[in-house]
Design a protein around this ligand. Structure first.
Ligand code: PLP
Length: 512
């Protein structure tokens, strides 16, 4: 081996030794960079971050390489100093979780060995670990089914797409005429619509929602209006905007009455099943023919860790496929397991490994505690919002671990200007690098839709006290933004900006 290629590989007997030195560099750099960032995301907004990242990275494909140590130091520093880090309690915009150390460590092993999950001769043991993991997930999701099964996917988007694909194939083989019709709530994830589009299905019929959940009477009317033909109803257990769970038992009854099928998108809410106390919120899930379930949300896995569970393994038959180089008939007859029918992908990461390591490390009880922590922290955070006169929570229940709220100064303005203040608060905090809050349009107590700030609490350790500074930040920033809006500002300013604010604080309240 030439000097330049010494220590090149991660696998084999010597690989771990090479990796140990590089891993130390990576870990040291991660730590230093997190300190340097000093917050949930870098300050300065997209242009400043892009400028700094480009400067730290240097040319990405130089003629002569700089060597692994230097490349890792530069790039890890760039990505970490410029990260939106969900391990910071003020990083709560999305279903974007802080990953568990055990899962990340398992990823390192998976990456070093690089099994590909499309044939036995690339993944002899990894295939078994995937089988054990999917069996455990299948039993968790469909405990009463005789032969439940589950696939590992790249996330909820792929799971929903495969669920619609399987339903389309069942419809084509079934007694009804016409293409599969998909019926979903106005609260459904966009991936349901995109899947129908990709699969050449008619655009889904959208059922109106009340309080963020499918209105069962409206679903009944929609199904009655479709006449005959094969129908898949897609309900959501944990909506992306509000964490709301559709009324699954009522939906299942209606679906049954029309001879339709039910798919439940539980990308967010699925892990409530780990908790005996919270699992009853998913009652009705057992009627679903298929279930989308993500572990890179309330499951603390690094991306990607998606699951599609089906009530019966025979439902996966449409995915089976033969290709000589991966699963020739004579190889399968000779006993080599056929993995190709376990995905729509070919080359595939061993994502089951980190899931299995996490499950085994924490057990169901440990996972339950983390899920319950997020749910109870959201409830406490909601009470903290309620206790602040300057803020107002969206009326109604908290959806899983998502809290929607807005500054009351926004309510005093015309509806559009009020929403602009909410949007401006979020952007001002992002630009300053002080908080990563989400945004959601949701129904208010008066039935109108308004823009809200969204806190999606997935931190399995942070307490509600760690989140209180966020409420101060929102209140202060909103006062400045509302004053600007009231002065006829265009709402695109920086709302007075960050700590180095030069203007005197605007204290005049725009009271109703
Ligand atoms: C996040 C989400 C999805 C999409 O999942 P990805 O893992 O991002 O592909 C689908 N449905 C719901 C309800 C979600 O919250």
């Amino acid at each position: 081996m030439s000097a330049g290629t010494e220590g090149l590989l991660a696998g084999g007997v010597h690989g771990p030794g090479h990796l140990r030195a590089l891993t130390a560099t990576v870990l040291d750099t991660l730590e230093t960079a997190a300190r340097a960032r000093g917050g949930p995301l870098p300050a300065g907004g997209p242009e400043a971050v892009a400028r700094r990242t480009r400067a730290l990275c240097g040319p990405v494909l130089p003629e002569e390489g700089v060597g692994a140590e230097a490349a890792l130091t530069d790039l890890v520093r760039a990505v970490a100093e410029g990260a939106a880090d969900p391990a910071d309690p003020a990083c709560v915009a999305h279903l974007h979780c802080p990953p568990l150390a055990v899962a990340v460590a398992a990823e390192l092993a998976g990456a070093a060995l690089n099994p590909s999950m499309d044939s036995w001769d690339q993944a002899p043991a990894a295939g078994v670990i995937e089988e054990l993991t999917t069996a455990a997930l299948a039993r968790l999701i469909h405990p009463a089914a005789l032969a439940p099964d589950a696939l590992i996917t790249s996330g909820g988007t792929e799971s929903n797409c495969v669920a619609l694909l399987l339903a389309r194939e069942r419809a084509a083989a079934g007694p009804h005429d016409g293409p599969l019709r998909v019926v979903t709530g106005a609260n459904a994830h966009h991936s349901v619509h995109r899947a129908a589009w990709m699969l050449g299905l008619p655009a889904p019929a959208t059922v109106p929602c009340h309080d963020g959940r499918i209105d069962p009477a409206a679903l009944d009317r929609t199904l009655a209006g479709l006449g005959g033909g094969p129908v898949l109803v897609v309900a959501t257990a944990g909506t992306t905007d509000e964490g709301r769970i559709d009324p699954l038992p009522e939906i299942a009854r209606i679906v049954g009455r029309y001879g339709a099928e039910l798919h439940v998108d539980a990308a967010y809410g699925g892990p409530l099943l780990f908790s005996e106390r919270l699992a009853p919120r998913l009652a009705g899930l057992e009627h679903a023919v298929s279930v989308t379930f993500d572990l890179h949300k309330l499951g603390w896995q690094p991306v990607a860790a998606g699951v599609l569970a089906v009530a019966d393994t025979a439902l996966l038959a449409p995915l089976s496929l033969r290709t000589d180089y991966l699963n020739a008939d004579d190889d399968t007859e000779a006993g080599l397991p056929d993995l190709l029918g376990r995905s729509i992908r070919t080359t595939r990461r061993p994502d089951a490994l980190k899931i299995a390591a996490t499950f085994r490390a924490l057990g169901r009880r440990g996972l339950s505690e983390l899920v319950e922590h997020c749910v109870s922290t959201a409830e406490e955070f909601g009470r903290a919002v309620d206790a602040r006169p300057a803020l107002r929570r969206r009326p109604g229940e908290i959806g899983i671990s998502t809290v929607l709220f807005r500054p009351v100064v926004a309510d005093a303005l015309e509806p559009e200007a009020g929403d602009a203040v909410v949007a401006e608060v979020r952007r001002a905090l992002l630009m300053d690098g002080r908080a990563v809050l989400g945004r959601a349009v949701a129904e208010d107590g008066d039935g109108r839709h308004r823009l809200w700030l969204k806190a999606t609490l997935l931190h399995p350790v942070a307490a509600s006290a760690d989140l209180l500074p966020l409420l101060d930040l929102v209140t202060e920033t909103a006062e400045r933004a509302a004053a600007e809006e009231g002065r006829g500002g265009d709402g695109s300013g920086r709302g007075g900006g960050g700590g180095g604010d030069t203007g005197a604080p605007v204290t005049e309240r725009l009271s109703p």
